[in-house]
Each structure stands twice: as C-alpha cells, then as structure tokens.
Design a protein around this ligand. Structure first.
Ligand SMILES: [Mg+2]
Length: 238
C-alpha cells in the first residue's frame, strides 16, 4: 500500500465495478461474441453481418450523437436496431430484435465470477461505511450477488455522464448527504476513477492489479491519495 496524498476523513466508499471488484475481461469477451452471434442469427438477412460492419454502425451513431457513449447499454441497443434496419428489417422487427438482443446480452454479461476476497472485503467494509457502486459499464450487481453490499448503484447514462465527469461522484455525495471530500473512491482506471475522482473533489484509491508503475503509466495524470494491489488491503483503513 502506498500513500501519495494525506487521507482526510472518510464517511463513505464508492467503488468502480469492472476490473476493480472482479476480472471483467473473460465475461465481456464472451458476451461480445455471443451477443454478435445472436444478432447474426436473428434473421436470415443478418447472417452475413461482419463484426467490422457492426463496429462501423456503432461509430456512425456516436458521430451523429456524440453524447451517446455515456450510456453504453442504449448505444448498443441503438446500434443493433440500426444494423437490423440496414439489413432490411421493418422498424417494428428491428425494435423487437434490438430489445431481444439486449436481454440476451444482459444474461451473458451477468455471468461474472466474483472472487471470494471481494465478498469478504465488501462485507467487512459495509459494516463501517455506506458503500456505493459507480459504473460506466452495463454490469448489473444484483445479477451476480454484489448488490447486497451497496446502498445504491449509479450507472452512466441514467445517472449522468460517465466518469471522469463529476456527475455520478457528486450525485453519490448528494444522496449520502455528505461532501465529495468525505468519499474515498476505489477504482482501477487512472483516468475515469483516479483523475475523475480527484477533479470532483473526491479522495481516490487506485487499485493496481496489473503491477503497473504509476510513475510510468501513460494514462497517469493526477496522483491518487493511495494505491493498493489487492482489494483486501482496504481493511487496513478500518
Ligand atoms: Mg474499471
């Protein structure tokens, strides 16, 4: 554990989800693959759809609506709908198809393996502080047993712009009736979690799970208050 700035009073902890509380890589890789196959198999005219073509549809949407990336779920749904329309499906078919694709996506997305260490650590921390999840992604903690530790979950899109914007950091403080400075945010990303928290007036704990050197990381902008290499280290703050 390293300290780079003096820690102030802590009244609540907020957590990033993906790659902070579990390894997100295996599940998202599998989910992307299964979700794409679902779209391809949805209708004969989609059978020839290529990954690159679908990616271009996503980028075209973002180009037309620059703010859509804040809500990754809606962005994906709209991209599927667009790809289905482009393949010649009717508006009604495309809407129903996109909805079905998102249900399928969510079922794969939730097959997350949460390490026992995460359960043990959150359980202990939750006895001392209110815990909140703040995610830019589409994981749903109630589908893989993590919701029990959180007072609430904030999600980019429905709850504001994605991190590093301050929207969700400030909303968390407001909902907890505390000042942003009384929050310690824990996350793996130096931009969205660390720089985002610091610029929002929130204390930041960087979880460095890949043995990255903070002084050499290309995405290192602002020093966190502290760095840990495993979640269980947080219990030292108790
Ligand atoms: Mg993350």
């Amino acid at each position: 554990m390293h300290f780079y700035r003096p820690l102030g009073n802590i009244s609540a902890l907020t957590f990033d989800l993906d790659d902070t509380l579990y390894d997100n890589v295996p599940v998202i890789t599998r989910t992307e693959k299964e979700a794409f196959e679902f779209v391809r198999n949805f209708h004969p005219s989609l059978n020839a759809l290529e990954v690159d073509a679908f990616h271009r549809v996503r980028q075209a949407l973002r180009h037309a609506e620059p703010d859509i990336y804040h809500d990754v779920t809606e962005w994906r749904r709209r991209a599927v709908e667009r790809a289905m329309l482009d393949a010649g499906l009717s508006e009604e078919e495309a809407r129903a198809g996109a909805d079905a694709a998102m249900v399928h996506f969510a079922s794969w997305r939730s097959r997350i393996e949460v390490p026992q260490e995460t359960h043990d650590t959150l359980k202990v921390l939750a006895k001392r502080w209110p815990l909140v999840a703040i995610t830019n992604g589409n994981a749903e903690p109630h589908l893989f047993g993590l919701d029990q530790y959180f007072q609430f979950v904030l999600r980019a899109g429905p709850h504001g712009r994605s991190k590093p914007f301050s929207d969700m950091y400030h909303l968390a403080a407001k909902k907890l009736h505390i000042s942003p400075a009384e929050i310690l945010h824990v996350g793996d990303d130096l931009t969205t979690d660390v720089a985002g928290a610091i610029r929002s007036g929130v204390q930041a704990c960087w979880i460095n799970l890949r043995d990255t050197n903070l002084m050499r990381a290309t995405d290192s902008r602002l020093l966190p208050h502290m760095e840990i290499s495993r979640l269980a280290s947080l219990t030292a703050l108790l």
